[in-house]
Structure formats: structure tokens, C-alpha cells
Write a protein that binds this ligand. Sequence first.
Ligand code: IPD
Ligand code: CA
Ligand code: CA
Length: 265
Amino acid sequence: MDTHEIYRYAKQWIVEAGERIEKSFKETLDVETKSNRNDLVTNMDKETEQFFIKKINETFPNHKILGEEGFGDELESLKGVVWIIDPIDGTMNFVHQQRNFAISIGIYEDGIGKIGLIYDVVHRELYHAIKGEGAFLNEAPLDKLQEVPVQNAIIGVNATWVTANRRIDPAILGALVKDVRGTRSYGSAAIEIASVAAGRLDAYITLRLSPWDFAAGLVLVEEVGGVASTLRGEKINLLKQNSVFFSKPGLHEAVLKDYLKDGNW
Ligand code: IPD
Ligand code: CA
Ligand code: CA
């Protein structure tokens, strides 16, 4: 694959898609719910995914596409070149706030993350990386992540996981939340993972994300020396839902050992 050519196109298309989304602010949105009353989708989520699919099919007809809204391919493996796309990550923010949402695109070749792009549309912040060639926020290179102790860390975590829920005893992450310097919850997993890559958050933890939520972020975080795994310390699977833990080094090991007790929960 010609990584640089794909990268040039992907960056151009993501900015163009962002302009289309911003133009839609003046129009009335068509909002529907999906799996539950808080799981929103709009006409712009669908239109944006279709925009990318058309561009990719025209330019790279052999590439495959895994998109959240289901207009792409049904994939059983990551063989070949696969674009993993979340057309709008943070749809609830898009609908309620008209900001704090992002377009997320991870491009993988035979299962290896080659390109990561996360575009925070309204703030005009494009996080981008090619594996092995450094990560950037717009034109500025991102620094390698340094170790941080738990008590100095700001972590991204949703209140869901420290109140009664179906996936984890709230006391487990509750203990971590008490010990860290602070917590944040932005409502867009892609922005939260990009924030780890940019050093704005020291870690991001959540119990259930889909491949399109983290595919781009994984490339970005690994490119700056961050650590990514499930909450049990396993490798993240790009074809299914996972718990995820993106972090600065050092903090990752400490949290797994001292709070998640080496997967003993
Ligand atoms: C959601 C956002 C949210 C996260 C959810 C995701 P969507 O994505 O990333 O922050 O907590 O798990 O599903 O539905 O807005 O693309
Ligand atoms: Ca998402
Ligand atoms: Ca989405």
C-alpha cells in the first residue's frame, strides 16, 4: 500500500467532511435512536459515512471499509487494507452542543494500524499519525509520552463506570477515581483517546467500545509511546467490542496491578 498517498487523501477528505458537517448546523437534523433512547444517530452520521465510502471506492476500489452506520463491508477478518470509520463520534454532543465531536478514521493493513486520523471538527484540531513517522496535532509534532504516577494523573472516565452498572463493580474504578488528581469526561471516545496521545489526559478507561471508536486512537497512542490494552491487560481486538485502557507508560502498569488486580474482577 502507498501509505503516503492514502494519508494525503484521507486528510483531505476528513477536512472536507468536517466542512459539510458544520454547514449542516443551519439545517434541521433528523435524529433517531438506535440500541437505546440515548444511543443517537442523525442523517449527518449516515451522510458522512456514505461520503467516505464513495471517495474510497472511487479512489481505492480494493480497500475494505468498516463503518459504524453499516454502509461499508461486513468484515470477518482484517486482511488487506481496511478503513475503520466512525463518521461522527460523540453524536450526543453533536446534537446537543454542536461541538465536542470528531470524525475518526483508522487505516489498517493486514491487521496492523498504519494511519490514525481524529478530527475535532469545531475546534479544527486534526490529530494524525503514520505508524513509525510520528504523530501530530495539526502541524505540531506530538511529544513522546512520559511516565506519570497515579496521584498526578488526570484520567478520562465516564460516571457510568463508577455507579451501578452491568460490567464492573463501581468500587473498583471508584478507588482509582479517589486517588488520581482529577477525572474528565468529554463524551467522545475518539477525542478522549486523542487527548491521551496529545498528553492532555494521562489515561482513558471505558468498559465497552466498538472498533470504530478506538481504531484511529490506537495508532495515535502507540505512535507516541503510550500503552493500549483491554482493562484486563489483553490485546485489543479490532473486530469486536472491547473494554479499553489507553495510558501513559508506567501509569498503565500501576493501574492494572494496584486497582484492577491483574484481571482479578
Ligand atoms: C460514543 C461516544 C461516547 C462513548 C460511547 C460511544 P457515538 O460514540 O464515543 O463517548 O462513551 O461508548 O458509543 O455513538 O457518539 O459514535
Ligand atoms: Ca463512536
Ligand atoms: Ca458514531
